[in-house]
Design a protein around this ligand. Structure first.
Ligand code: KG4
Ligand code: ZN
Length: 448
């Protein structure tokens, strides 16, 4: 098979696929300034239903991306079901209809595909203000302004202080993200923003900024669930096959989710009490370690040993739910006992013993879940996925394809929100209502 492409200076283009010295599929059209029109795409009869039209269309789209074209337009007979299916799968959308266009009988659909799609995403659900820009699925800027140093003074996130600092930082994050990406507001096709779960005051700042930016520039605004964002962080750097099992471990959530395909989620298990990150942070506090405790325990445990062998809480045999408050209490009680009796102990050993218990439970339950659904694909995401021991234990599962985002995409960031938006563009008509959104706070499971 031979695919040739010819883009001439006057804007005309033609692509063709040749098999056994025979031209079997052709596509031709015209580029005018930032837009392109696809005039014709056809496969000769005996070669149809072999995916050649799809192949040539994908090749054309790639070429148009390189040439920085913004839109590809076409018209198609309403009765041509196969062609319409091909275009819809390639994310063309219907923009209008021409009545009786073909021989005064059949209507024509006018369809458009945005070629160079730019998403601006905003995340402000907790103590990170972040704005990111994604072009055609690739992150071109990801500004994260963390407030950790401020909240460290209080041993945890203070919601009111977090909201105020989002206000101070938000607009500068927008400006910086646009500058780094070398984009103007007019280049943005979608605005995506985390609308929950999270701290209500924090969410409101990001949402208000995103609402204003989208409204003023007449750009569609897409609400994104924060947990879906964490899962989609994994897709920023990896090509992952479905079905898959996702372990989501963050400061507020611990969940096992089965995904049959993009945006098809099934909640399989969740924590019945503390989230893993929360347990890390609380144990760290009792050990007098700074906030956030997760990275501190991770570091200390490198030089400690699992001498206390804390319980591994699996709950009843077939459960996929988690419970970490019992483990947390065992660890805290032991520390208190040592302190009361002035028994010397090494923080490193406590950290290591706690971490081993957590990691063993997370790994075993995730593998059991993957076995249940008979899949080899596992993703691990959320802030706790930064944990070195967890990463190592998951990656050593030789029989599985384990995908974990780079640490910078595990903790809160707007790149993951852009990624979640990118994979739901084909569902947009369902999502965009009046282009003004509000945060929701009621429920972690709303996305299932
Ligand atoms: O995803 P994230 O940034 O925010 C939430 O959505 O909650 O997660 C923050 C959590 C904190 O509890 C923090 O202690 C934990 O992730 N964390 C870690 C590590 N790095 C961050 N936990 C264990 N080991 C780490 N290296
Ligand atoms: Zn998060």
């Amino acid at each position: 098979m031979n695919l040739t492409k010819n883009f001439s200076e006057d804007g005309n283009f033609i692509l063709s696929i040749e098999i056994d010295k025979k031209i079997v599929t052709t596509a031709n059209g015209l580029i005018t300034f930032e837009n392109a029109d696809l005039h014709h795409i056809e496969t000769i009869e005996e070669y149809r239903n072999n995916g050649y039209a799809k192949l040539i269309l994908n090749e054309l789209i790639t070429e148009l991306e390189i040439r920085k074209i913004k839109n590809l337009f076409l018209e198609v007979n309403v009765n041509n079901i196969n062609a319409i299916k091909l275009y819809k799968n390639a994310l063309f959308e219907q923009i209008s209809i021409r009545k009786k266009y073909y021989n005064d009988t059949f209507d024509a659909l006018i369809m458009r595909k945005k070629i160079n799609e730019v998403i601006l995403a905003v995340e402000s659900s907790c103590d990170e203000t972040s704005v990111s820009i994604m072009e055609n699925g690739k992150i071109i800027s990801n500004v994260v302004s963390s407030q950790i140093d401020i909240h460290k003074l209080y041993g945890g996130v203070v919601p009111e202080i977090a909201s105020r600092n989002h206000i101070f930082n938000c607009l500068d994050c927008f400006k910086e993200a646009l500058t780094v990406a070398q984009k103007e507001t007019s280049d943005i096709d979608y605005v995506a923003v985390t609308n929950g779960p999270g701290l209500i005051g924090s969410l409101l700042v990001g949402i208000t900024a995103a609402n204003a930016f989208a409204y003023a520039n007449k750009i569609p605004l897409i609400p994104i669930n924060h947990l879906i964002g964490h899962i989609y962080a994994t897709f920023l750097e990896h090509k992952i096959d479905f079905p898959l099992v996702a372990l989501l471990v963050s400061g507020g959530h611990t969940e096992l989710i089965y995904m049959e395909s993009h945006y098809k989620f099934k909640l399989i298990g969740k924590t019945l009490d503390d989230a893993v990150g929360e347990a890390y942070d609380k144990v760290a506090k009792v050990l007098n370690l700074p906030y956030p405790g997760g990275p501190e325990i991770d570091k200390l445990s490198l030089t400690g040993s699992d001498i206390y062998h804390f319980p591994r809480v699996m709950l009843e045999k077939d459960s996929f739910n988690f419970s970490f408050s019992g483990l947390k209490s065992s660890v805290i009680n032991l520390i208190r006992k040592f302190e009361t009796n002035s028994t010397p102990f090494k923080k490193e050993d406590i950290a290591r013993s706690f971490q081993e218990s957590v990691v063993e439970v997370l790994v075993k339950k995730t593998v059991k879940c993957a076995e249940l659904f008979n899949t080899k694909n596992i993703i691990v995401s959320g802030g706790v996925a930064c944990n070195k021991r967890l990463r190592e234990a998951m990656r050593s599962l030789d029989e599985y394809n384990v995908f974990i985002p780079s640490p910078k995409f595990c903790t809160d960031n707007a790149a993951m929100i852009a990624s979640a938006c990118f994979y739901m563009r084909d569902k947009l008509s369902r999502t965009i209502k009046d282009n003004i959104i509000t945060p929701f706070t009621n429920g972690e499971e709303t996305y299932i």
